[in-house]
Design a protein around this ligand. Sequence first.
Ligand SMILES: [Mg+2]
Length: 186
Amino acid sequence: MITVYLDLDGVLFNFNKMCAKFADIEYPSNHAFTQEGFWIHQFMSEDDFHKMVMSKEEFWADLEPFPWADKMIDIADEVTEGNWYFLTTQSPVPECFSGKAKSIHKHFADRDGLRKLIICKHKELLCHGGHDFLIDDLDKNINNWKKAGGSYFQWQEVTDDFDPKKISDRLASLKVYLTSIKNIYV
Ligand SMILES: [Mg+2]
């Protein structure tokens, strides 16, 4: 049996759009974000970003799911027969924990979201082999997961108006790959 771990920020939740709102900068259109550090750090120092953005409960609580979030969860749910979790890293402030819990409760209460929410900075601690499958945007998380022997699908963060056909192709690839991993670990 496989277990799927779904990242929140940049995969299911629109992290950069909320950053843009809090930092009062323009959110790009039809854009794929690169991995050269956080996008927002081009506009704001790390210290300011932490103070003005990431330490605010409403930043986390008001995050909106991407248009494809439900579809991605449906794929994980169907392939694993319900054996999936949200796996997200925290900022070291209590407001981040409560804000993340609120956004999950707001959008995914019908999926028993709060009991599927795992908050852990070192995601690889949850990885015990190829039957553990991570969907995440960040190189660092993917690399650590890979080192721990896990399976993964790197989901590059894109804007919410990104080409729906490309998103649909990505989701189809995810489903095919996930199913092939599941068939190894029956
Ligand atoms: Mg992420």
